[in-house]
Every structure is written in structure tokens, then in C-alpha cells.
Design a protein around this ligand. Structure first.
Ligand code: BGC
Length: 714
């Protein structure tokens, strides 16, 4: 746990000693969704090329045949100074970081020392939300006495990746260079570096222009660690240098990316970006009166959800750590569909559509994956790279976590139901429902001598259940999928016969989906009648949770995976998660019984877990538990609750689920027969909670108080 990040209504700040601080660098990530950077410092004297880089959504390079990593790109946030001819920057540095949540402006302030002289540095950077091709930085250097100054600004072309093994208990020390500099060119006030990624051959340009006052350009330099410009001056007046970096790539789809003319300036570009942020905040801000910490933490959650989503690009999704780290090779998981997407669905439906389209466009790869797994139809991979291919190198998890396909269908349906986007349903979603149904048809095994089928060799969300059969979460969502596929077939038959024929649907096949839907078993305890997680969970060896872990860090750090698979413990919400997603399918009694059965057994070893528990507890009026888990989730990264925010980056699924715990849980947002309703359970000290959401083309504002609520169209 760390308590050094201070939260204000619209900003976070922290003071720290020393240059490198992985935790603060994760928490102070800023970006515009298309790209972003961790909160490291431009003048760090010993830059860590495997950490201080830049991320652009969708830029992956090949580590080995078929396996990619999210590229840590060469960074233009890179400079150093000579004071009176000597390189400045001693180890003892005090840094003050702030992140303005209203406009994404990161500020780092510190003093560089050299031979008895001191130079104050203030660096301010933002990634423009109005022109998502731009990274803009202003550095103010204030000498504390007379000095000769040389400033070197460039691109750190040595930036590389330190691939993280899929098995989180293994460490790697071998770095890999995933970009190659193809060309450099200089102009009077800047330069361009042309890069290409390994294997995937994606082209990226970093076009940098500088504006400066009082500084005399002395020429260019090139050496083995950088490429850039040198500026020189002397005196004690502050020097200001502004830097604008335009970063196009060969796979851009975002219409907001455009080059700027030479007369740009930092303040104007910041104002333009700020107005895009203001607009975004109008639909996304949540205001809580009575709990300033929750109010501020939620604002941070929303900020990072926006800063990590390339909202206008359907060719990318959101990695498990967004743009903040290469953990999980930057891959896209079910995290997006189940945990993250709803935030966009209700606050920026176009962004949700793009996330959904990423999956519908990846249907050919999902079909190929099903074929490789000797099945029919389409199977979405456990860990998807930008091209939709499976990247999981651990065969058991990759092969057995089947639920991702049902999760994709569930999210597509949630998108269609919430927006009423019929065109998307007809042309995009319906065919996924159908191909997924074909996959399930080929993946279930008929049970000899009965009319039933079993889902064998599967793992649900709880990754500590061993490899089991008939995971309830998966089976329920598959039934939903099969029903949607039947409806889609009927719909296409009626409204788009050519598509029906193109997809090769037959009445017999649709009948088979119906039979399958009714043959799927949902495991229940025969004595108590309570829902079971799967067919084997009750056979596992009981153990006290406190024997496996005391604090909040994951137990797999000290107990091996194999052993964990045989204890009756849960890694993360599984049955309880299902009950939050389909709350009307279960009675209150069933939900409370499941809470009693499963909550005490949960280790919360995944960051996806706390917020789902908060959500279920809030939906069901278990207020003490709801508040306890909400706090863990809302501060998971801000306080480094699981002690892995620094080493792994921000946990996007936790951020998304925290938003759901607030709005769907405490706020009780629900939809009955096409009409939004509120069934709130506000924590007692929350005087009010206000938020906006979109539903079927209209925007609403919810104003919740302890004694009354209002919901109005805006
Ligand atoms: C969780 C998965 C999750 C993945 C990426 C794992 O620890 O168990 O459910 O998809 O992390 O966030």
C-alpha cells in the first residue's frame, strides 16, 4: 500500500525522492487514448530504455513467429542539460508530479544540480484529445544563478521491450528491440525519425518541431543513444522550449489525427485539447457529495478510462493494462467486453461501437482459431493481438478459458440493446452470434444415455478451479448466446435473406441450437439447491484463506499454481460476477446464498475481483461489504493495493468495474422494458450522487439523494 498520491477534486499530485519510481510512473500516466506515456521524467539522467517509452494503440511488433508484444516506442520525452560544460543530474532529486484530470496535463517539477549550481525544471506535457496525433511538451528551465546552458533534446531511439512472460511468476531480464530507425531528417527547427516495427512492419514517424525564446540553435547531433538538437544560451533568465510531436503511423484510422502548421503554440494546443476533454467530461463526470475521497477517486478512474481508449478507431481494443504497460504483451482480453466497455456504452456510445467492431472485424481470425482448435464456427482467443490472433502461450489457460467467446456475444447484445443500433445488429453482431453458436455446437459433448450435454475441459473466470466441466458462468452465457443466435437467424431470414443464405444457415441447424440450449446443464447442489460454480469445485480441498495470504498481494507469489488449483478457493468473482451481469435471472435469495457460499472463499488474487464484489453487494443492499470492496477497487491503483501497479501498469478492468460498481451498483441504474430506472443503494455518507448516461439515443441525468431520486432527459 502506498499513501503518497494526494487526491484533489480535479487533480492528483505526489512528492517523491529519486528518479525512478515505477508506481508513480504508472499512476501519473497521461494519454489521449490513441497514445500516451507513463509519468517518467524527461531529464532523468539514467533513462531506462525498457521503461521510459511511448505507447500507441495497435502498435505491436513480433517477438517470435506469431507472437507479438506491445511496442515500447522511442520517446521524444528525452533531454539533458550541461551546466557550464558539465552534464547535470545527480541522484538526489526531489520530484513533484501533478496530473490535471480536467485536461490530462502532466507536470513534473524538480531541480538539477551540477558543480554547485542549480537549475529548476518544470516540464508540462499532454497528448491532445482534439488532435490525437499530437504530443506537446513545454519545458521551463530557470537557472538559480548565472550559468552557461546547453540543452540536448532528442528521441531516445534505444527504447526497447522487456517482454513479460505469460506466467506471472516468471521473471525476464532479456530486452528486445522492436523498432528499427529507417531514416532521420533534420529541418531548421526540428527533425523526423522514421521507424518500423519488427515483423509486423508498421511504420511510425515522430516529427518534432521546437519553439524557443532566447535560445540559440547550435546545430544537430547524433550519437548512439539519441537523435536530436542542441540549444545553447547563458544568463539567469528562464528559458522556455516548446516541443510539438506529430506521430502518424501506417495503420491510423482516427479521423482526428492531422498535422499542424508551423505557428502552433503550447497554450493554444492545450486549449483545443482541453475543450475536447470538457466535452467528454460533460457526459462522463460522476459527482459525489459527502465523500470527497470517493468523488476524487472516481474522477481518476474516469480520466484513465478515457485516456486509455482510442475512441474513434475500430481497429484496436483496450489492453489489460491499456497504454500504461506491456504486461500481457498488451493483449486484449474479455476484460474489455465485460468490465470496461459498459463505461463507454453509457458515456460515449461511439467508442463502445468501435470496441465492438474490433471484435466483429476479427471474426475471420476467430473462425480460423476455432478451426485450429478442431471446432466449427468462431472462437475468440483468450489473449488477442491487434490482428485478433491468439497470443496465449500457456496452452491450458488459452485452450480452456472458453468463456471469452460468450463474453463477446454478451457484450455485443448489451451494445445493441442499449443503443438500439439495428444496423450494427444486422450487419455486424448477428453473424457473430451465429458463428459462435456453431462453435458451441461443436464444443459440447453429449452425455451418453441422456439428452444432456457437458462442457468439458473448461475454466471459468475463477482460474484456480483446475480444469473443470460445466462452469455455471460459461454455461449460462452460452445459453444466452444460443438464444440470440436463433433470434438472429429468424431476423436475417425475414429481413436480410441474402445474408441468411450467405451464412449458410439452415432450419435444421437452428433447431439444433435450440436443442443444445435446452440440454446444457447448470450445476446446483442437490441438497441445498444452491448454485455451484462448476462440477468439481465442491470436491476441492478446503483451506482457510488466511493460511494462503494475509494482505492483498496475490497468493500465487508464494503458493504455486498447481497447488492453488486443488484448494477450495476462488481467484476472482465467478458465480457472483454472473449474478451481476444477469441479475434478473436469479432471485434475491439465490444471490444472498451465493454470496454466503462464495465470498468467504475468494482470494481476490486478480484485480478484476474487488469491484465485482462491490457491485453485487451494492445491488443487493449489502452495504458494509459494498463499501469495503468499493474502497479496495477505487483505490486499487492509486494506493497500490495489490502492490503490482508499478510493475504492471494500471488495471483497466478494475477501473471499468469500479465505474460499474458506482453507477450500476450504488446508483442502481437498470433498464426495464426499454425504460431506464434507478434502484439505488447509496452509502449512508453519500449525500448525493450525480451522473449522466446515454440510452437509445437519448442522454439522461440521474440525481440521487438519500431521500429522493430524479432522472431526467438532458
Ligand atoms: C485474470 C483474467 C484476466 C487477466 C487480464 C488474469 O489475472 O484472472 O481474468 O482476464 O488477468 O486482466
Amino acid at each position: 500500500m502506498r499513501n503518497d498520491v494526494k487526491l484533489d477534486k480535479w487533480s492528483i499530485s505526489a512528492e517523491s525522492k529519486g528518479w525512478a519510481d515505477d508506481f508513480l510512473e504508472s499512476v501519473f500516466f497521461t494519454g489521449n487514448g490513441r497514445m500516451g506515456a507513463r509519468g517518467y521524467l524527461t531529464f532523468e539522467p539514467y533513462p531506462r530504455p525498457e521503461k521510459n517509452g511511448l505507447f500507441i494503440a495497435g502498435i505491436f511488433g513480433e517477438l517470435k513467429l506469431g507472437i507479438t508484444d506491445f511496442v515500447n516506442l522511442p520517446t521524444p520525452l528525452y533531454a539533458w542539460v550541461n551546466i557550464d560544460g558539465h552534464r547535470a543530474g545527480e541522484d538526489d532529486v526531489y520530484v513533484y508530479r501533478t496530473l490535471n484530470l480536467h485536461n490530462g496535463l502532466f507536470t513534473g517539477e524538480y531541480i538539477l544540480h551540477c558543480a554547485g549550481k542549480s537549475l529548476q525544471i518544470r516540464e508540462e506535457r499532454f497528448f491532445s484529445l482534439s488532435n490525437t496525433g499530437l504530443l506537446v511538451q513545454r519545458v521551463t528551465l530557470t537557472p538559480c544563478e548565472e550559468m552557461d546552458l546547453e540543452l540536448f533534446c532528442g528521441v531516445h531511439t534505444d527504447c526497447c521491450n522487456l517482454p513479460v512472460p505469460d506466467d506471472q511468476t516468471q521473471k525476464n531480464t532479456q530486452t528486445v528491440q522492436l523498432t528499427e530507425v529507417r531514416q532521420k531528417s533534420f529541418s531548421d527547427n526540428g527533425f523526423t525519425v522514421h521507424l518500423v516495427t519488427n515483423g509486423t512492419e508498421i511504420k511510425i514517424s515522430e516529427n518534432i518541431t521546437y519553439h524557443m525564446e532566447n535560445l540559440r540553435c547550435r546545430g544537430t547531433f547524433e550519437n548512439d543513444i539519441g537523435t536530436g538538437f542542441v540549444f545553447a544560451g547563458s544568463g539567469s533568465a528562464p528559458f522556455v522550449i516548446e516541443q510539438c510531436v506529430f506521430l502518424p503511423t501506417s495503420r491510423d484510422k482516427d479521423p482526428r489525427i492531422h498535422e499542424v502548421g508551423s505557428n502552433w503554440n503550447f497554450d493554444t494546443l492545450l486549449r483545443e485539447s482541453e475543450s475536447a476533454w470538457s466535452q467528454r467530461w460533460q457526459s462522463a463526470n460522476i459527482q459525489i457529495e459527502g465523500d470527497r475521497q470517493a468523488d476524487a477517486a472516481l474522477r481518476y478512474v474516469v480520466f484513465e478510462l478515457i485516456a486509455n481508449n482510442s475512441a474513434k478507431d475500430s481497429s484496436v481494443s483496450i489492453g489489460a493494462r491499456g497504454l500504461t504497460h506491456t504486461r500481457y504483451k498488451g493483449c486484449y482480453f474479455w476484460d474489455t467486453e465485460i468490465f470496461i466497455m459498459p463505461f463507454y456504452l453509457y458515456t460515449a456510445p461511439e467508442a463502445a461501437r468501435n470496441l465492438m467492431q474490433y471484435r466483429t472485424d476479427a471474426l475471420p481470425q476467430a473462425k480460423k482459431h476455432a478451426q485450429e482448435m478442431n471446432c466449427l464456427g468462431a472462437r475468440y482467443p483468450w489473449m488477442a493481438s491487434y490482428d485478433g490472433s491468439e497470443q496465449c502461450e500457456s496452452w491450458d489457460i488459452g485452450a480452456s478459458e472458453l468463456h471469452v467467446t460468450a463474453d463477446v456475444v454478451h457484450a455485443l447484445n448489451q451494445y445493441v440493446q442499449t443503443t438500439g443500433d439495428e444496423e450494427f445488429y444486422l450487419h455486424e453482431a448477428a453473424k457473430v452470434y451465429i458463428e459462435a453458436a456453431r462453435f458451441w455446437q461443436s464444443r459440447y459433448t453429449p452425455e451418453p444415455g441422456t439428452e444432456k450435454v457437458n462442457l468439458l475441459f473448461c475454466k471459468g473466470p475463477d482460474e484456480y478451479c483446475g480444469i473443470t466441466s460445466n462452469n455455471l458462468y460459461t454455461n449460462v452465457l452460452v445459453k444466452e448466446n444460443l438464444k440470440l443466435a436463433q433470434d438472429a437467424a429468424d431476423y436475417l431470414y425475414q429481413y436480410d435473406r441474402p445474408a441468411y443464405l450467405r451464412l449458410g444457415i439452415t432450419a435444421e441447424e437452428v433447431e439444433c441450437w435450440s436443442t443444445l440450449e435446452h440440454s446444457i446443464k447448470l450445476p446446483k447442489d442437490p441438497v441445498s439447491g444452491h448454485w455451484r460454480q462448476d462440477d468439481t469445485f465442491h470436491l476441492l480441498e478446503p483451506i482457510r484463506i488466511s493460511d494462503l495470504k494475509q494482505g492483498d498481494t496475490a497468493s500465487y507469489n508464494c503458493v504455486c499454481f498447481d497447488r492453488l488449483q486443488r484448494y477450495r478457493v476462488i481467484k476472482q468473482a465467478d458465480v457472483l460476477l454472473l449474478m451481476t451481469r444477469l441479475p434478473n435471472m436469479f432471485t434475491s435469495e439465490e444471490k444472498l446464498a451465493a454470496w454466503k457460499d462464495f465470498e468467504p472463499l475468494c482470494l481476490h488474487d486478480s484485480t478484476l475481483s474487488f469491484a465485482s464484489h462491490a457491485l453485487l453487494a451494492a445491488q443487493n443492499g449489502l452495504m458494509d461489504a459494498a463499501q469495503y470492496y468499493f474502497k479496495k477497487a477505487a483505490f486499487l491503483d492509486l494506493r497500490d493495493v495489490m502492490e503490482n501497479t508499478g510493475t504492471e501498469g494500471l488495471h483497466l478492468a478494475c477501473l471499468g468495474e469500479t465505474w460499474q460498481a458506482a453507477v450500476i451498483g450504488f446508483g442502481g441504474l437498470t433498464f426495464q422494458n426499454g425504460v431506464p430506472e434507478l434502484k439505488p443503494h447509496l452509502p449512508p455518507d453519500w449525500k448525493s450522487m450525480r451522473f449522466r448516461f446515454f440510452y437509445r439515443g437519448k442522454q439522461y441525468e440521474a440525481d440521487l439523494r438519500q431521500d429522493h431520486n430524479s432522472l431526467r432527459e438532458v
